[in-house]
Design a protein around this ligand. Structure first.
Ligand code: F6R
Length: 242
């Protein structure tokens, strides 16, 4: 694993945007795996700025997102589709027809997951997968478990995750309890992985996930087995390891 240490959130965002920009420049028709959450917001803002300056062209890019809440429509401002549209898709020249997320409005979980697996297969796999890291070590919504789930599945979110997500909703009762997420095999099959982490509150899980035992109890620990992972993190997030 390559570790890039940034001074702060802003530098982390710039460094992460450098990795994504390099990918887009070197392979203009690449498939980007994307994440939501608070950590990549600055990275997306950097990419938008570079696009506006004329330094990046997203016209040939395809994107597949990690996850989506089950039960939220695309126009719900808490849906991950809405997030992606607000932070990236509507601000760059990406073809909306080539941006994919699991369909949160599909009530039949098996159908939604099967359809998303089909999408992932049809785009030919992911060139660069961007990830954030949950406080419990989750990646996508692959929550601590006794197993690693291979492909897209419906998850019951843990109380910790519901608790962490409630800041985005009017009340905890509005936080969805289920989500569709890409599985660990799909994430591990990405050619390159970029994981962004910021803040002191993530320092313990960074150490556990990347320097501890490889276990489905800490799903991100599986990334230790991937041959091309770049961790871009600020000093606070790296404070327990460097
Ligand atoms: C989001 C996702 C999650 C987040 C993780 C960290 O698509 O898949 O795994 O990356 O929960 O979230 P933040 O960045 O808000 O700390």
């Amino acid at each position: 694993m390559k570790i890039i240490k940034a001074r702060d959130y802003q530098e982390m965002s710039r460094r992460a945007a450098n990795v994504i920009s390099a990918q887009v420049i070197m392979k203009p028709n690449c498939v980007l795996g994307l994440a939501t959450g608070s950590t990549p917001i600055g990275t997306y803002a950097e990419l938008v700025e570079r696009y506006q300056k004329g330094d990046l062209d997203f016209s040939g890019i395809t994107t597949v997102n990690l996850d989506e809440y089950k039960g939220l429509t695309r126009d719900n401002d808490q849906s991950y589709y809405y997030f992606m549209n607000e932070h990236l898709f509507s601000k760059v020249n990406i073809d909306p027809k080539r941006t994919f997320l699991p369909d949160g409005t599909e009530p039949d979980s098996a159908k939604a997951c099967e359809e998303y697996n089909r999408v992932i297969d049809s785009v030919g796999g992911v060139d660069l997968q961007l990830l954030g890291l949950g406080h419990n070590g989750h990646i996508g919504f692959n929550e601590p478990s006794d197993i690693f789930k291979a492909r897209t599945h419906c998850v019951d979110l843990t109380e910790t995750t519901v608790e962490a997500n409630k800041r985005f909703f009017a009340s905890i009762d509005e936080v969805p309890r289920q989500a569709y997420t890409m599985g660990i095999q799909t994430i591990m099959q990405a050619k390159k992985i970029l994981i962004v982490v910021s803040g002191k509150d993530k320092a313990a899980i960074v150490k556990e996930a990347f320097f501890g035992a490889i276990t489905p109890k800490v799903q991100a620990s599986v990334l230790q087995l991937h041959s091309d992972v770049t961790l871009v993190a600020d000093e606070a997030a790296l404070s327990e390891i460097i």
